[in-house]
Design a protein around this ligand. Sequence first.
Ligand code: ADP
Ligand code: MG
Length: 366
Amino acid sequence: MSGGRLELRGLRRVHGRDQVPALDGLDLDVPAGSCVAIVGPSGSGKSTVLRLTAGLDAPTAGSVHLDGTDLAGVLPERRGMAMVFQRPLLFPHLSVRDNVAFADRVRGVPRRAARRRAEDFLDLVRLDGFGDRPARTLSGGQEQRVALARALAAEPRVLLLDEPFSALDTRLREEMHELVADLRMRLDPTILLVTHDPAEADALADAVAVLDGGRLLQAGPMRELYGQPVSLGVSRLLGGRTEVPGTVRAGVHHSPLGGLALPRPAADGPAVLVIRHEAVVVTTADDPSADAVGTVVRIRRRGLRALVTVEISSAAGTASVDAELAPGREIANGRTVGLRLPVADRSAVPPAGPGTGTPAPEPAAR
Ligand code: ADP
Ligand code: MG
């Protein structure tokens, strides 16, 4: 199996007389053999993208191309795509093996051969020995492995994953992430993955597309989106926590934090400084390399790490900055500390406006 090149062009879907399109003109490239994740809140149009790509729903406008071929009018079963949903949709009374062999049997592959192939794919998802079990006896994680084996057995050019691991607990989810990484190395499929979890996108995808309200807010490698979000909406959807309103003048952001040089050109005017808590370094108040000095007002534990909120006051007002403490470092509430805000990680984005109403999600402990 080797993956195909998927191109979405101006994809739009309006349901009935809806004023707001479910998807509002999406352009997205998924290079052959890559994994691209679509991240966005509930209702942002993520599943719509997959349904239109798979041909389960028809676009109001725009097109889907696989290896340069326009798929308009091509039936779902002829698109060379396979989909895995949040719910595995297995036949409960059939054996695990026959669930995986089902597509082959429908295609007319003889039973023995279909079952042999099914066993190969069960091996791949590390379910060897489970073939005889009725599907209804499986755990949630095992069911999703079977669903994945069944999708892979169709040897799709593109694998479409619609929040397939979101119903699993953290440990199983991480196991599935390892499995997908392993499958990518062995089979080189093209994957379009939908998730509302930025950590999952980060773990699995080469590039991420952020959707909100049916619109693409930003697309690129995760590192780029974390470091240089183009808007408050993207920053918040990716779990960004620090937002310091201020003004940009001549490439410097002015706020209660003082004047902070920006690494990239930014237009003069009101702008919000965003910086990832992972990038901020907590140091001592007298450290000459500190960019700001403030008071610790909140501490939240995350496993071995801790997230601290530091409040900085100056004549220009008050701002708060979140920072992640290195493992093992302890700090007391009320302490005065210095903060280093690395230049490369500073980003100035337009102030809140339409499309930024998404509440900042609490990022999962990692
Ligand atoms: P997501 O997967 O990001 O949660 P969806 O793609 O399922 O979002 O839906 C995007 C928007 O389209 C939502 O507002 C949803 O209510 C609407 N929508 C989806 N399917 C239909 C449908 N069959 N009829 C009417 N509206 C729909
Ligand atoms: Mg969905």
